[in-house]
Design a protein. Structure first.
Length: 406
């Protein structure tokens, strides 16, 4: 297996998730990224020079997320059809951060951030990986390694933008191999890390030994950087080079896009409008994805409000919180420790009713399963999504009548 095979089987069919796992797993460290695409970075190497390794393809979640194998290792069983979209979990809690500053800064209560803080404070992690911003282009998403629990507040909101991600851990693996790692990542990031942990390689052994906690937000799909750039230029009418800070869900719940510029001004775009604009800037892999949550993180978190799009349209405020799916022993320990330290307030909650993000994902997946195009494997082999009607995404996120009539 070679990088050429990764190109042929994953990159060219549009199945690359831009997760960065190939960069992390590559033994000679010759894989990098050109935008969202993996490339060989060593001038002396060609696509066939790495013949015989294949670690980049083995770790890739683009076509095969390998969810059933990970579930067998984690839970001793695979999920049932009734667990298709939620996966195996021990309990679901309604949770939010108790610290007022973090709660205000968060998109949905800050429970995910609290768990990363807890990993740094009490679970043996020395660094947390999360999605931040490129210091040279502050509108662009980029991975960031955080060591100070308080500094995680700046990363506490959702980032609706793709960026190569897991490769940032190579620095820790190479320079601080004894340091424990906590990370947040969407489904493809978690699946890639579980695949890496199953590999009998130096990187695989490091991932098994040093990754102490994985927390994931639910993901209805992410967006190319061009989606954010277009919103800034055309919706907010701001030059990209003037942006000094970008937040996707700032202010009163559910929040709006807030863009700060170098003249000290703050510019906002309604969150519902951004959701609609982003819909035109998805990759094939994100649109055809079969996972709302991977189900194989230690903890998964979704917004407690089942329809944040409607909340944005209606400017409906509520006490924001997240739904915390506790899955593994490591996840249960993190939640218990966060509660014992007074960082996380949580109560049991029942799963019921519609979740718009999940419905968008289900309907898109059902459409792609009938398309004949190459799509990633779902979490249950052979399972197909049977819906009485496949509802197009534009209907699920229809513009308000007052906006549509303009």
């Amino acid at each position: 297996m070679t990088f050429h095979q990764l190109q042929r089987e994953i990159i060219e069919p549009g199945l690359c998730t831009a997760c960065g796992a190939c960069q992390l797993a590559c033994p000679p460290d010759v894989i990098g990224f050109d935008g969202l695409l993996p490339v060989l970075t060593a001038d002396a190497w060609g696509a066939d020079d790495c013949a015989g390794c294949g670690d980049c393809l083995a770790v890739c979640p683009g076509l095969d997320p390998a969810t059933p194998a990970a579930e067998e290792r984690l839970f001793g069983r695979t999920r049932e059809p009734a667990e298709r979209w939620t996966g195996v979990f021990a309990e679901v809690l309604a949770g939010h951060a108790t610290e007022p500053g973090l709660y205000r800064a968060s998109a949905s209560g800050g429970s995910l951030t609290v768990l990363l803080q807890t990993a740094l404070l009490a679970l043996g992690a020395g660094v947390a990986l999360c999605m931040g911003r490129d210091p040279e282009e502050p509108w662009r998403a980029a991975p960031v390694l955080v060591r100070d629990p308080a500094a995680l507040v700046e990363q506490s909101q959702s980032t609706y933008q793709l960026a190569p991600y897991l490769g940032a851990l190579r620095q820790v693996m190479r320079e601080e191999p004894e340091t424990g790692v906590a990370l947040t990542g969407v489904a493809c990031h978690i699946q890639a890390m579980r695949k890496l942990q199953a590999m009998d390689t130096a990187a695989g052994r490091w991932a098994r030994d040093r990754v102490v906690l994985m927390v994931e937000p639910a993901c209805s799909s992410s967006t190319r950087p061009e989606g954010t750039a277009t919103l800034i230029r055309e919706r907010a009418e701001i030059p990209l080079e003037s942006v000094v800070r970008l937040r996707y869900r700032e202010g009163e719940y559910p929040g709006n896009i807030e863009i700060r510029t170098d003249d000290g001004e703050r510019h906002t775009v309604a969150f519902w409008q951004a959701v609609r604009d982003f819909a035109a800037n998805k990759t094939h892999r994100c649109l055809s994805c079969g996972d709302w949550m991977s189900g194989i993180a230690d903890v998964s978190v979704s917004d407690g409000d089942p329809n944040i799009f409607a909340a944005s349209v209606e400017q409906r405020e509520q006490h924001k919180h997240g739904r915390v799916f506790v899955r593994t022993g490591a996840g249960a320990k993190a939640v218990a420790e966060a509660g014992a330290r007074g960082l996380l307030r949580h109560t049991p909650v029942e799963l019921a009713g519609l979740n718009l993000g999940l419905e968008r994902k289900r309907n898109r997946r059902a459409s792609y399963e009938k398309s004949g195009l190459p799509i990633p494997n779902g979490p249950i082999p052979g399972h197909t999504e049977e819906l009485a009607e496949i509802v197009p995404d534009e209907r699920l996120i229809a513009a308000p009548e007052t906006e549509a009539s303009r």
